[in-house]
Design a protein around this ligand. Structure first.
Ligand code: SF4
Ligand code: SF4
Length: 82
């Protein structure tokens, strides 16, 4: 199974939570302890068990192109592109 992770640019994010509703693994939420320069609480990944599959549904649905996906090979965890 492919694994992945996401990087969220907090300054591009407007906290709409579309990514959170799209993630099949329920790994995304809003960081209410942080505000970006526009005054929004940005999204954050909460994946302590490494359950992100790199499916990229979150990145596709994000209207502000704030999410970058990294995928790893099943064994070596070598990045293979997004
Ligand atoms: S890449 Fe897929 S599994 Fe990973 S955070 Fe985004 S929607 Fe969830
Ligand atoms: S969909 Fe994009 S803009 Fe909306 S909360 Fe997620 S990262 Fe932020």
């Amino acid at each position: 199974m492919t694994h992945g992770t996401v990087r969220i640019d907090p300054e591009r994010c407007k906290g709409c939570q579309l990514c959170a509703t799209a993630c099949p693994q329920h790994l995304l939420g809003i960081n209410r302890d942080s505000l970006n320069l526009k005054g929004f609480h940005p999204a954050q990944l909460n994946d302590p068990l490494g359950r992100c599959t790199g499916c990229a549904l979150c990145a596709v649905i994000c209207p502000d192109v704030a999410i970058t996906v990294v995928r790893y090979t099943p064994s070596a965890r070598t990045p293979v592109g997004a």
